[in-house]
Write a protein that binds this ligand. Structure first.
Ligand code: FES
Length: 145
């Protein structure tokens, strides 16, 4: 695969052209304070445009790391929270769809049980200096006001 130099490397060894394009087009959108995301606790919801449609998304903390997904079950395209912003099961180990009980891994969004068909759509997050940001991508954009 053809490679090109990136910002930190001048010999063209670390990023493909496609990766560079993706990084160049992505931007970071402030989402919430780090303190708003508690292990196994309530999610922080946000709205995004996914593949041209306005959708709900949510961010959670699991094993110290922050993660975000489209709030759309892969069984039937429905929002998953059983109460507003509640996605974790009672054990805090799985993300649960309230409709038919599909379960997903909190750190990857992969289907782990029930009727789900594949994994959740993952949204990149970063956390720095007490602030969590979500990252845009070619198919994930902020709402236009
Ligand atoms: S809609 Fe989520 S399990 Fe059926």
């Amino acid at each position: 695969m053809w490679r090109t130099a990136c910002v930190t490397c001048t010999i063209g060894c670390c990023k493909t052209l496609e990766e560079e394009k993706t990084m160049a087009m992505a931007s970071m959108i402030p989402l919430c304070s780090s303190a708003d995301l508690v292990q196994g606790g309530r999610a922080v919801p946000f709205d995004i445009v996914y593949a041209g449609q306005t959708c709900r998304a949510f961010a959670i903390r699991y094993q110290g790391q922050v993660h975000a997904y489209l709030n759309r079950c892969t069984h039937v395209a429905m929002e998953m929270d059983y109460q507003p912003d509640r996605f974790f099961d009672d054990t805090g180990r799985w993300l649960l769809c309230a409709t038919h009980g599909a379960t997903y891994q909190p750190d990857t969004g992969a289907c782990s049980g029930g009727p789900c068909r594949g994994g959740l759509v993952k949204i990149d997050l970063s956390e720095q200096d007490g602030v969590v940001h979500w990252h845009t991508a070619y198919n994930l954009k902020p709402l236009e006001f």
